[in-house]
Design a protein around this ligand. Structure first.
Ligand SMILES: *Cc1c(COP(=O)(O)O)cnc(C)c1O
Length: 221
């Protein structure tokens, strides 16, 4: 039977090959293990074989798992799902990175918690994408708003293209995100998932968010 260790090795090989094709250093690409829907034991198991960065979509779901992963030294948790401002307090307590900041108001709410947080801005690049995410036209004001927050450190941009089985339709979205980051002087790009991580790396991803390829199919989204 295929183990998590086997799947991790396969994902690392995919990352390394894509980086080589793109003439990039694979050390510049963070593998974020997306553990939504899986139990806390999945986080522990992944931690034991060397993973340190974990992605969760729902504040409430992670709140129930957090007590079980408390002692994992060096582990960092990224919120990659939409954050409602009424959950920002909880989110600031539970996560070290919020990848889905999409309004100056949400940034201010997170900042008010007084904890240092790394943040990324979720960008919505098409009408087909999920409702969350900032419009590219709103980015200058959003960036200014985040930079005014003393507890927030702005790392870069995040996006999720419309779903497709084929990785190639994601490419123009990844490219647009990279161009936006360059335009605004932002260094990091969170883009690419199990099915399109190679395309994302070719287009400059610094963080790929991988769930299914590591942990298998989820029972619910
Ligand atoms: C679930 C999810 C992922 C991981 O997707 P897989 O296809 O399982 O790799 C990545 N990013 C976000 C925002 C997600 O919600």
């Amino acid at each position: 039977m295929e183990t998590l260790r086997d799947r991790l090795e396969a994902v690392r090989t995919r990352i390394a090959r894509a980086a080589e094709r793109a003439r990039r250093d694979p050390a510049g690409i963070t593998l974020l293990a997306v553990t939504k829907v899986f139990p806390a034991s999945a986080i522990r198991e992944a931690y034991e074989i060397g993973l340190r960065e974990f992605g969760e979509n729902y504040v409430q779901e992670f709140e129930t798992k957090a007590p079980e992963v408390g002692g994992l030294e060096g582990a960092r948790y990224h919120l990659i799902g939409h954050l409602q401002s009424n959950k920002s307090k909880k989110a600031a307590e539970l996560f070290q990175v919020i990848q889905t900041v999409d309004s100056p108001k949400l940034a201010r709410r997170l900042d008010e918690m007084g904890r240092p947080l790394d943040v990324m801005l979720e960008v919505k690049l098409s009408e087909e994408q999920a409702k969350s995410g900032a419009d590219p036209a709103e980015l200058p004001a959003l960036i200014e708003g985040v930079r005014a927050c003393r507890n927030l450190r702005l790392l870069g941009l995040m996006t999720m293209p419309p779903w497709s089985d084929d990785p190639e339709p994601s490419r123009p979205y990844f490219r647009s995100l990279r161009e936006l980051a360059e335009k605004h002087g932002l260094g990091q790009l969170s883009m690419g998932m199990s099915h399109d991580l190679e395309t994302a790396i070719e287009e400059g991803a610094t963080c790929v968010r991988v769930g299914t390829a590591l942990f298998g199919k989820r029972k619910r989204a």
